[in-house]
Design a binder for this molecule. Sequence first.
Ligand code: SAM
Length: 276
Amino acid sequence: MNKIDTLEFEVNMLLEAILFRYGYDFRHYARASLQRRVLNRVQLSDLDSVSDMIPKIMHEPNFFNLFLKDMSITVTEMFRDPFVFKQIRDSVFTQLKTYSRVNIWHAGCATGEEVYSMAIMLKEEGLLKRTQIYATDFNNHSLEVAAKGIYPAAKMKLFTENYLKSGGKESFADYYQAKYECAKLAESLKEHITFANHNLIKDQVFAQMHLVMCRNVLIYFDQNLQNRVLDLFKQSLIHRGFLILGDKESLDFSSVNNAFDKYQYPERIYRRSAYV
Ligand SMILES: C[S@@+](CC[C@H](N)C(=O)[O-])C[C@H]1O[C@@H](n2cnc3c(N)ncnc32)[C@H](O)[C@@H]1O
């Protein structure tokens, strides 16, 4: 066996051990970046090989939590890619306004910035009161941060710029209170948000959605797992519901491609097709 094969074999064994011990299935995460992160953890933990990680993973839940953190890239920001939020405000909301109740699911919400951005836009467009937002992730630590809605004050400059580019209509400073190094978002934004643990690999659909936003999550999955997750979104969406992906993600080559129309393509906004 050459060195590459050995590494692949050891990583496979590690992933089987994790599935057996903790029920988390990472076997269908995109391999190159998964391997990079595993090797990084080997180095940080002063281990000699991936094989050495296996007994630690099996016997030390805290070590597994570190691995879980490694696998959960939480990079995010408020109004990330403002042109996407602008398009949601200008064209998706026009459609959502025709419903008396609206359900929105943020899958892979990380530390919540994307969710609060949505809540702010819904409020400004008079939709928040009739909307229930479900914000899910499989990383409990991120969910705790999200539920608090407290972010470094230093980030508010970028968030304000993004808000304005996304068509923000008020003064962004009215949505948070800055204290020392922190900025706490307004409690009123949280009233319509439910944060919950949901693992896209194994959990099921839990409600009918008018809009599913899952940005910058599918890039970490291989095509098989992407298809599984996209099928979940398809099941969850109402007739003519919206699906929004990240700018490096698309439905091309996926198993659900013909169930969706491209609604606003540069923004990766899709809509459940009328015919499938
Ligand atoms: C880069 S963040 C994306 C955050 C936000 N959607 C955005 O675009 O700014 C990716 C998130 O996906 C979550 N994630 C990865 N695998 C997941 C899974 N199997 N189930 C649920 N969430 C997952 C990670 O924990 C992380 O919070």
